[in-house]
Each structure stands twice: as structure tokens, then as C-alpha cells.
Design a protein around this ligand. Structure first.
Ligand code: AHR
Length: 341
């Protein structure tokens, strides 16, 4: 997979990077600290250059995911990282990918905000001989060879685990036969995580004729939108038995809305809440009882991406799909995890 003329490429890359840095500093006057980590490393042409385009900083999970990437792609580990934050815009991601291509980086890694719309830019990367690795979310492309590997969670299984956690909770409450009214706060429309979690949960829901989904709404994976949508749903529907919230940030907002409406979240309250991600502050709420189950989404994907790149540098084969491990947290097992945090 390694391309020919590697030394020449890196000399060329060094010149391009220097030019890009000078130009960027002249034009924008800044943001280089965040955009381009490891400035001094630019002088070492033996480093493997990795361009990473991150979706944004929409959630606590995303921040942890970014940190895991920045932790591994260091000068000490032999890398020069060019990191770009797309601030929730696909067009910014496409721009970042094109800038990586024109700088002739060794590898591109990115977390695509949505699945559609990547064929052209990925073809450009392929034609430039730059391997592309997908992090977290997937792309829908006509030609699967446009990326070499994907590292991420099994989102469909996450959705299924949420459905099973709800089954268990209703069993504990002795409400298996009761009619159960559910609302779903979904993440970014068209994203692999929202698509997969919805699909997985629906596969369990359709086995229960007494479960009815009142509404599934896009709350963009953010706290503000989660609160806004939950307020609207509470206003619209007199009785909501269950909230399925596709990330912890939306859950934090929804819990505010539930409290403001004078209702109690939790298995012993009015609304059962099932969440995704399992960030520390949400796990505390699992222990305290307002979140009944939190399906983990493992953000520590940086080390897996680095392992894929290391293999490619050593001319070894890499698996196309690489799943990270995850589990469900409930009041029963959450303490042990909190103690490790
Ligand atoms: O794609 C993973 C999802 O994206 C996480 O659940 C969410 O918190 C993030 O923003």
C-alpha cells in the first residue's frame, strides 16, 4: 500500500506545509494552535504526516474522541498531525480533505458528519495515492476501495442494547403488557450513529406490539437542542413513558426539560430514560437513578487508527472494518466503571 518516492514526497510535503503555514498566518492571523498540532515537528521529514478532519465539538464524547486522536499522533510516536475541526459542516470537512491532498500528507483520517456526499473528494485522495481511514462514522460510496479501513462502534448493536435495556426495565416494573409510549431524540440526520441506533432500537421495538413510538426527532447530538425538543414533546404529549436519547448531551438537556415540566426521570419516576455514550457525568446519573441505562460508545479510537497506520507503514494487511468494544451501564455495574474514571 505504501507509495513510491516516499522521501521525495516528504520533502515536497515539508515545502507545502511551510507555505501553507505562512499563508495561513498571513491571511487569518491565527488558529494555528488548534488547527496544526506539533508546529516544531515540521522540520523533521521522517515523521509520518496524518491529516485528521474532526466533525466538530458538539458533545462531551466528541471532545474525548479528539483527545484520543491527539494523544497518539505525537512527534514522540513518529507522527506529525494536522488537525482540523469542521465545526459541524460537511463543506468544511471536504475543504480540509482537499487541503490535506494538496499538502500531500501520508494518510488522511476523518470522521464523516453524514454518510452521503464523499465520492468525489475520496476519489481525489485515491488518485493522489493517499490512503483514507474513517473514524467513528461511515460513508456511503459507490466504490468501497475509496477508503482503506473504518474504525468505530457497532451502532446497530448499540440501538439493540438500548431496546433490550428497556425490555429488562419494564420487566422489573412488571409492565410488559402495559401500553408504553416512547419518544426518541435522534442524533444528526444522515449520520451513521443516528441511523444505526435508530435501526437497532426499532428492531427490538417492533417485537413489542404494546410499545408505540410517538415521535422520533433530530436533536443534533447537542444539549440545547435536546432540551428544546424535549420541552416541545412534553408539551405535545400528555403521557410519555420512555425517552430514548441517542447521546448523553441531548439527555442532559432533556432531563432539564423533564424537571422543568414537574416530572421525575427514572425507573421509579414518570419517564424511563435510556441514553448513549456513557460519559462520566451521565454515569453519575445512572448511579443516582435518573438514567436507567447508558449504552457505551467508546471514544478511544485514536489508538486503533494509529495501529492501522503502523501496520500500513510496515506493509502489513489491515482489516477493512474494525470495531471498538463497548457495554451497557446500569445501576448494577456503574460503580466499578466510575471508580476507574
Ligand atoms: O458518532 C458518535 C456520536 O457522535 C456520539 O454518540 C455523539 O455524542 C457524538 O457527537
Amino acid at each position: 500500500m505504501r507509495r513510491l518516492g516516499s522521501v521525495k514526497r516528504r520533502v515536497w510535503l515539508f515545502a507545502c506545509l511551510l507555505f501553507a503555514v505562512l499563508l495561513s498566518a498571513a491571511c487569518t492571523g491565527g488558529d494555528l494552535a488548534e488547527e496544526e498540532a506539533g508546529g516544531e515537528a515540521k522540520q523533521d521529514e521522517n515523521l509520518v504526516v496524518v491529516g485528521v478532519s474532526q466533525i466538530g465539538s458538539e458533545s462531551v464524547w466528541r471532545t474525548a474522541n479528539t483527545a484520543s486522536i491527539q494523544r497518539v499522533f505525537t512527534k514522540e510516536n513518529g507522527y506529525f498531525l494536522i488537525f482540523k475541526n469542521a465545526r459541524q459542516k460537511q463543506e468544511n470537512q471536504i475543504k480540509a480533505l482537499r487541503s490535506f491532498i494538496s499538502q500531500r500528507v501520508d494518510y488522511i483520517a476523518f470522521s464523516p458528519i453524514t454518510e452521503q456526499g464523499w465520492d468525489t473528494v475520496l476519489l481525489e485522495a485515491k488518485e493522489a495515492g493517499i490512503p483514507v481511514i474513517l473514524i467513528d462514522r461511515k460513508v456511503k460510496v459507490r466504490d468501497e476501495s475509496l477508503y482503506v479501513a473504518w474504525i468505530g462502534p457497532d451502532f446497530v448493536n448499540e440501538g439493540r442494547m438500548a431496546g433490550e435495556a428497556l425490555e429488562e426495565c419494564l420487566k422489573r416494573q412488571g409492565r410488559q403488557e402495559e401500553s408504553i409510549r416512547i419518544v426518541v431524540l435522534q442524533g444528526t440526520e444522515g449520520s451513521t450513529s443516528a441511523i444505526g441506533r435508530s435501526r437497532g432500537f426499532l428492531s427490538v421495538a417492533k417485537e413489542h406490539q404494546n410499545w408505540s413510538i410517538l415521535e422520533q426527532v433530530d436533536a443534533e447530538f447537542t444539549t440545547a437542542k435536546g432540551q428544546e425538543e424535549m420541552e416541545r414533546l412534553l408539551h405535545k404529549y400528555e403521557n410519555i413513558d420512555v425517552l430514548i436519547s441517542q447521546n448523553d448531551d441531548m439527555t442532559f438537556g432533556a432531563l432539564e426539560a423533564i424537571q422543568k415540566a414537574g416530572k421525575k426521570a427514572g425507573e421509579d419516576g414518570d419517564i424511563i430514560v435510556i441514553s448513549f455514550d456513557a460519559v462520566k457525568n451521565a454515569l453519575k446519573l445512572v448511579e443516582e437513578g435518573s438514567i436507567t441505562a447508558d449504552v457505551e460508545c467508546n471514544p478511544n479510537q485514536g489508538e486503533y487508527v494509529e495501529a492501522v497506520i503502523r501496520k500500513m507503514e510496515n506493509h502489513e494487511n489491515v482489516a477493512k472494518l474494525n470495531f471498538v468494544e463497548e457495554q451497557v451501564f446500569t445501576a448494577e455495574n456503574v460503580r466499578e466503571r466510575l471508580e476507574k474514571e
